[in-house]
Design a protein around this ligand. Sequence first.
Ligand SMILES: CC(C)(COP(=O)(O)OP(=O)(O)OC[C@H]1O[C@@H](n2cnc3c(N)ncnc32)[C@H](O)[C@@H]1OP(=O)(O)O)[C@@H](O)C(=O)NCCC(=O)NCCS
Length: 174
Amino acid sequence: MDIARKQIGTFTSIGTNVRLGKDVKIWNFVYIGNDTKIGDKVILGSLSHIDYDVRVGSGTRIEGLAYVAPKCRIGKDAFIGPSATLTNDPYPKSARLEGVRVGDYAIIGARAVVKAGIRVGRRSVVAMGAVVTRDVPANTVVAGTPARFIMKRSEYQEKRQAWEGKNKYPTHRQ
Ligand SMILES: CC(C)(COP(=O)(O)OP(=O)(O)OC[C@H]1O[C@@H](n2cnc3c(N)ncnc32)[C@H](O)[C@@H]1OP(=O)(O)O)[C@@H](O)C(=O)NCCC(=O)NCCS
């Protein structure tokens, strides 16, 4: 593995046949399973667990304590919040594992849990603490247990801009 232009923290375990893109940042105590492919400029927070045969697209950020089960597919420029859990087995310990698919630019809130095999559409948002049991169409925001539609992504964007506009001390966007 070429470790040039990568920041890899301490106590990080990287399996075999793992591909790490350019400019990835991996914080401390991270686990990456075998055959997983991580795109360019991905950030993996401390204590995140990215299991085997996972794909993470370029520019995606996965926050601390997130769990990404084997066979999950995460698109580019997505956000996986702290302690979010993407599962792969509705009836453990079954002999069939099916990962979650998260579309490009999607956002999974803190502590959300997504059922095995679910597709979270492109540019969708899953609210913090949601339990997602059905596919989430593109450009929608869902919340609750079980997760239901609460607004469109366009409304979320407007709210985000209004929120950022009130910030006297903008933070650096990674
Ligand atoms: C989805 C989200 C963006 C909505 O925020 P908002 O625009 O302030 O939402 P509102 O307060 O206008 O909520 C609209 C409705 O959805 C409900 N709702 C909002 N967030 C919810 C959640 N996480 N779970 C359940 N219901 C929720 C509200 O109670 C409200 O319901 P009501 O109309 O019956 O009162 C926000 O709750 C969220 O989850 N953000 C992600 C935060 C996160 O995980 N950050 C990680 C980085 S630290």
